[in-house]
Design a binder for this molecule. Structure first.
Ligand code: NAD
Length: 471
């Protein structure tokens, strides 16, 4: 695929490149300047059906491979991705508008996930347990779920694919990946790379617009598991519809993550981490720090330094015109003390934005904007900070900056979040660490880590009853 020539990006079904059955395409524009990058297949129910059928047909043969062999192939996939890291990062930088440096880091993170799954994953440990019955041996085996629908967000595309595709296929499932309509090129690249190593039909890629290609996949009776990373709104729809036929559903959703700055914090580090957590990747991280909760006595100094930093921060563009307009609408009437305006250049650039004086119950405090916007809150003490952090519909990640072990531990225990960081940013997970949230940030699953194996396998309890007299 040569991005300079603006190719048409087709689906990948049963190992072959296929345009949408309808012949329709949608246009993908570059966020950095609004120019046309490529066209991608505008898939619908017929394409989804073909992809699910290919996955179903491939799954039983794939499951019969040993876990060690599947692990070896995942390792080969990771190595193949590493060998083409510059090319992969170039595609991601073009289709998302992020810097090549950031995109390279994401390719490396995706590769590391492959190595983790191929290494730790392939042990696929079960358990043995005791029994009240003599001569009964009980053990557990992990079995694949079947056909997995993998639906992901655009924000860090390659790690998003890697976090789902690597454990899904390693565990013996066949999969249909539905990437975001904002990142068709990286998905096609990743899919083609996989076609070189895994049998046809084990990984299929269906491009398309969310409301058109997503529902037929979620509602397909041929899909046993829906693993979704995206907004709470879409997640709720998926849960309801896949839930009707009792499919297994794993949801990794949004966040309104808080970073707390205490009066004993190292302010230089607190400002540095707040800027990176709020504005890197244009704030388009589920783990972005969109709420900064600051102790009264250091509030003014922290705010002045944060605003100075925000004014020179290069956050990159947001993903689309629609996203930029949505964020600007949400900011109307707010007390904006930095940014808050569209940058005067082509593409979808929002100046890094800091807002003050927002009530904790206001819509701006409770809804995820998924852009370079953060809100400052003033608190008197740790109890007030914890109360404010927890006063949110979301509970994904959190951070506290303090030099007190006691405050850090109290925060870690009291905060309602799936991840807690002391003296760092709100983002920065690694492949061996389970990641996920509470409340509206997810439905209790953890991705990455060995926890990912729980998403993509079912436990089977095997009872062996022997008779020593027959020995
Ligand atoms: P989104 O919900 O709009 O879209 C996510 C995916 O769902 C896309 O592939 C989209 O095409 C598809 N989709 C849309 N409607 C669908 C439907 N009705 N049925 C099936 N699929 C459908 O989210 P987004 O804007 O791509 O991503 C931003 C969101 O993702 C944020 O809320 C962010 O916090 C979240 N996110 C969460 C994590 C995590 O691990 N918890 C990681 C990254 C992003």
């Amino acid at each position: 695929m040569h991005i300079g020539s603006i190719p048409d990006i087709a689906n990948l079904i049963d190992g072959a490149s296929r345009p949408a059955a309808s012949g329709a395409w949608f246009e993908k524009l570059r966020p950095a300047d609004g120019t046309l990058l490529c066209r991608a297949a505008r898939s619908g129910a017929a394409d989804v059906e073909a992809a699910v059928a290919a996955a179903r047909a491939a799954q039983s043969g794939w499951t019969r491979e040993t876990a060690v062999e599947r692990g070896r192939l995942v390792r080969e996939l990771a190595l193949a991705l590493r060998a083409r890291r510059e090319e992969a990062a170039g595609l991601v930088a073009e289709e998302t508008g992020k810097s090549t440096e950031l995109a390279l880091g994401e390719v490396d993170a995706a590769v590391e996930m492959g190595f983790f799954v191929a290494g730790e994953g392939r042990r696929l440990y079960g358990r043995t347990t005791t029994s009240a019955m003599p001569n009964r041996t009980v053990m557990t085996l992990r079995r694949p779920v079947g056909v997995a629908a993998l639906i992901v967000s655009f924000n860090t595309p390659l790690p998003n694919y890697a976090w789902k595709v690597f454990p899904a296929v390693f565990c013996g499932n066949a999969a249909v990946l539905k990437p975001s309509e904002h990142t068709p090129a990286s998905a096609a690249f990743f899919g083609e790379l996989c076609q070189e190593l895994v049998p046809p039909g084990v990984l299929n890629v269906v491009q398309g617009l969310g409301p058109e290609a997503g529902p037929p996949l979620v509602e397909s009776p041929g899909v046993d598991l829906v693993s979704f990373t995206g907004s709470a709104e879409t997640g709720r729809w998926i849960n309801e519809h896949a839930g009707r036929r009792l499919a297994k559903v794993c949801l990794e959703l949004g966040g309104k993550n808080a970073l707390v700055v205490c009066d004993d914090a190292d302010l230089d580090k607190a400002v540095e981490w707040s800027l990176a957590s709020a504005f890197s990747n244009a704030g388009q991280r589920c783990a972005a720090a969109s709420r900064l909760v600051v102790f009264d006595s250091v509030y003014d100094e922290f705010r002045d330094r944060l605003v100075a930093g925000a004014r020179t921060y290069d956050s990159g563009p947001v993903i689309s015109e629609g996203s930029l307009e949505r964020i600007l609408r949400a900011l109307e009437g707010a007390n904006v003390i930095a940014g808050g305006v569209r940058v005067d250049r082509p593409g979808w650039w929002l100046a890094p934005t800091v807002v003050e004086d927002v009530a904790p119950a206001a819509a701006l405090s409770c809804s995820e904007l998924f852009g370079p916007v953060t809100i400052l809150y003033r608190v008197r003490n740790l109890d007030e900070a914890i109360g404010l952090v927890n006063d949110s519909p979301y509970g994904l990640t959190s951070a506290i900056h303090t030099s007190s072990l006691h405050r850090a531990m109290r925060f870690a225990e009291a905060v309602e979040a799936g991840v807690v960081v002391v003296n760092g940013g709100t983002h920065g997970s690694e492949p061996h660490m389970g990641f996920g949230g509470v409340k509206q940030s997810g439905t209790g699953w953890r991705e990455a880590g060995v926890e990912a194996l729980d998403v993509y396998t079912e436990w089977k309890y095997v009872n062996l009853i022997s008779d020593p007299s027959m020995a």
